[in-house]
Design a binder for this molecule. Structure first.
Ligand SMILES: Cc1cc2nc3c(=O)[nH]c(=O)nc-3n(C[C@H](O)[C@H](O)[C@H](O)COP(=O)(O)OP(=O)(O)OC[C@H]3O[C@@H](n4cnc5c(N)ncnc54)[C@H](O)[C@@H]3O)c2cc1C
Length: 305
């Protein structure tokens, strides 16, 4: 519950860019999640900072959500303010072979920009859905290529909105699917990544090749959150889950995908509790059969119903 005076202050600051009691199933790729007390979409970085300051003054907790492609929101929803940065969409070429990209730019927009402008370096992310903020926070990637290979620096707002500082990639300590050096509850506002000039047709061909490979190996026709578990060293979570006999296991409308065992899909109306039951089932089966403790890649937020 947000106190009436804080509600009013949010509306005064954000106008129709804030809404209350919003089902987060609208904002997650799995189409699952209970309500947030409030969801705000600041118009620009200045409004974002003012919003963070308001939250700090009011003692209102904030949670950042990109496009929700790697997030499972629990059925009881999220207390406080959920910040979506989808309106921060600046994308600017810098002179020395680099791009400055605001956190709300979608990775699809970025990939298409690189194709149009003949820029190479980011093709590996083709088909990794989400925003640049989420992509950076997760150090997203595939195989041996990750965001850390192209990240130069990130502009980061402190949790109370009092400071906006630039942190170099090394300070942010990108690790396997996490940015270990990002201060708690701070917000990535924009990033600078390295790119190089290239033939647009060559960039397009590589992007199309990678997208086609995903379409052939991943269940892209149903809502999911991508890989549920991180790959353990030297192996693949999907291979282990399949070998432990869990491919196709179902709880309610959630299923361990028959296409790719590291994906859980929502056939319509699944609850977070169903997904968590499958996560536990896959984890226990792999532990029992192979002695490997799988770690979740998906970020779980909120409270149980
Ligand atoms: C079909 C499919 C395939 C996928 N394939 C891959 C893959 O190959 N490789 C891979 O790495 N991932 C993959 N993913 C997962 C997902 O696409 C990535 O993790 C992506 O980076 C998530 O971006 P998002 O904006 O949706 O993040 P969200 O899910 O919204 O957020 C993820 C985390 O980032 C934090 N966050 C988001 N924005 C900010 C910000 N501006 N500042 C601070 N914190 C922030 C959130 O708080 C949350 O903890 C896949 C997902 C799907 C559905």
């Amino acid at each position: 519950m947000i106190a009436p005076a804080v509600r009013e202050a949010l509306v005064e600051l954000l106008g129709d860019r804030v809404a209350f009691d919003v089902p987060l199933s609208r904002h997650t790729a799995l189409r699952i999640g209970g309500p947030a007390d409030a969801v705000a979409e600041p118009a620009d970085r200045d409004e974002l900072l003012r919003c963070l300051r308001l939250c700090a003054r009011a003692g209102l907790r904030h949670t950042v959500l990109g496009s929700g492609f790697n997030t499972l929101v629990l059925d009881g929803g999220v207390a406080g303010l959920v910040l979506r940065l989808v309106r921060l969409r600046g994308l600017e070429a810098k002179p020395e072979g680099a791009l400055r990209i605001e956190a709300g730019v979608s990775h699809a927009t970025l990939t298409n920009y690189c194709i149009r402008n003949g820029l190479t370096g980011l093709e590996f992310g083709a088909g990794i859905p989400g925003t640049v903020g989420g992509w950076t926070f997760m150090n997203a990637g595939i195989g041996s290529r990750e965001m850390k290979d192209v990240l130069v620096e990130a502009e980061v707002a402190s949790r109370d909105g009092a400071q906006l500082e630039t942190l170099r990639a090394a300070e942010l300590r990108p690790c396997y699917r996490v940015l270990a050096g990002l201060p708690d509850a701070s917000v990535i506002v924009s990033v600078v990544v390295r790119v190089e000039a290239a033939d647009p047709d060559v960039v397009r061909a590589e992007v199309e090749r990678l997208r086609a490979r995903r379409a052939a190996t991943q269940p892209l026709d149903l809502p999911s959150c991508g890989s549920v578990f991180k790959n353990p060293p030297g192996d693949f979570a999907g291979r282990l889950i399949e070998a432990a006999g869990q491919k196709g296991a179902r709880v309610g409308a959630a299923e361990i995908s028959p296409v790719h065992a590291n994906f859980i899909v929502n056939h319509g109306g699944a609850r977070a509790a169903d997904v968590l039951a499958l996560v536990e089932r896959a984890r226990s089966a792999v532990l029992e059969r192979f002695g490997v403790a799988l770690e979740p890649e998906v970020r779980v937020i909120g409270r149980s119903a």
